[in-house]
Ligand binder design. Structure first.
Ligand SMILES: [Mg+2]
Length: 176
C-alpha cells in the first residue's frame, strides 16, 4: 500500500518528444556522403540512420525554420498530451532536438489554442542534449516520477539511464 505521504511527495513530469511522437512533418535532414552523393531522411529515417564516415548533415529544416512543414498530429499521443496538460498535478514539457521552437510554439499555442506546457529545444541531433536537459530539470525541480514518450529507442534508452544516476526517481518510457 502506498502511503498518503508518499502520494503527496510525488512530483510528476510528463515529457513528450515532438517529431514522430506528437506530430509528423515533411522536414528532412539532408546528408552529403563522402563520395558526394546525397540522401534525404525524414525524422523516422534519421532516427534509424547509421552514420557513415565522411557524412555531412544539413539539419536546417529542423534547426532554422520558424514554421513547420505540413504538420500532421499523431492522434493517440496527442490525446495523452492534452490529458497531461489538463492534469494540474503534473508538469508537461515538449522536449525536442529541434533548435528553433517558434514553429512548434505557434502551432500549439496559436493554431491549436493550447497552453500550460513548456517547449525546450536542445539543438543537438543526438540523445545527449535531452539527457543533460532532463537531468538538470530533475535536479533543479525535484521531479521524482517521469513519463517519457518518444519515437526514438535510442533517446529512450539513454534517458532511462537517469534512474541509475539520480536516486529515488522512477522513469517510465513509452516507445511511440
Ligand atoms: Mg522524434
Amino acid at each position: 500500500m502506498i502511503s498518503l505521504k508518499e502520494i503527496l511527495s510525488i512530483k510528476k513530469l510528463n515529457v513528450f518528444d515532438f517529431d514522430g511522437t506528437l506530430v509528423n512533418t515533411d522536414s528532412k535532414v539532408y546528408v552529403t556522403h563522402s563520395n558526394a552523393t546525397k540522401s534525404k531522411l525524414d525524422a523516422d529515417e534519421f532516427n534509424k540512420y547509421k552514420t557513415k564516415s565522411g557524412d555531412k548533415f544539413d539539419y536546417s529544416e529542423f534547426f532554422d525554420l520558424d514554421y513547420l512543414i505540413n504538420p500532421k498530429l499523431i492522434k493517440s499521443v496527442f490525446n495523452k498530451f492534452k490529458n497531461s496538460i489538463r492534469d494540474k498535478k503534473s508538469k508537461t514539457i515538449i522536449l525536442t532536438n529541434r533548435k528553433n521552437t517558434i514553429g512548434i510554439r505557434n502551432y500549439f499555442n496559436k493554431k491549436l489554442k493550447l497552453s500550460g506546457f513548456d517547449i525546450i529545444g536542445t539543438g543537438i541531433p543526438n540523445p545527449s542534449g535531452k539527457y543533460n536537459i532532463l537531468k538538470s530539470m530533475i535536479e533543479k525541480y525535484g521531479f521524482n516520477h517521469i513519463e517519457i514518450y518518444d519515437d526514438s529507442s535510442s533517446n529512450l534508452n539513454v534517458l532511462k539511464k537517469l534512474e541509475n544516476v539520480i536516486p529515488n526517481i522512477t522513469i517510465n518510457v513509452h516507445k511511440v
